[in-house]
Design a protein. Sequence first.
Length: 140
Amino acid sequence: MIGGDGPDRKKLERQIIEAGMQKHIRLLGIVDDVDELFIISDIYVNSSRWEGLPVTLLEAMSRKKPVLATNVGGNGQVIKDGETGLLVPSGHPNMLAEGILKILRDNLWAAQLAERGYELFRKEYSIEKHCGTLVSEYLR
């Protein structure tokens, strides 16, 4: 399942057909409610070419999903490569594919990534942490 939309959609649709993968790959377009997708997903992949601090990455970590992302923008601030997720260089689809397979082939390691990602989220990015930081700033 691929969420999102953009100018490369037609090209991606063509590649899916050429590879005979129509039964295995779904282009979802813009996704407003990601809860159901996180429930049925084994892994979260963020393949952005550029990024700020992606909320979806934090959402995946909050749901204890192993994450794989390109090393752009704020992704490297959230993911500690090999500890809380896996980072690959942007623009290297083969490395992205290898990362996906590595996570999917090692269930124990994937669970460890997911757990450590969740702990990082809970300690640094949860609503409780955010509200605590805001209160501290206002009281200061």
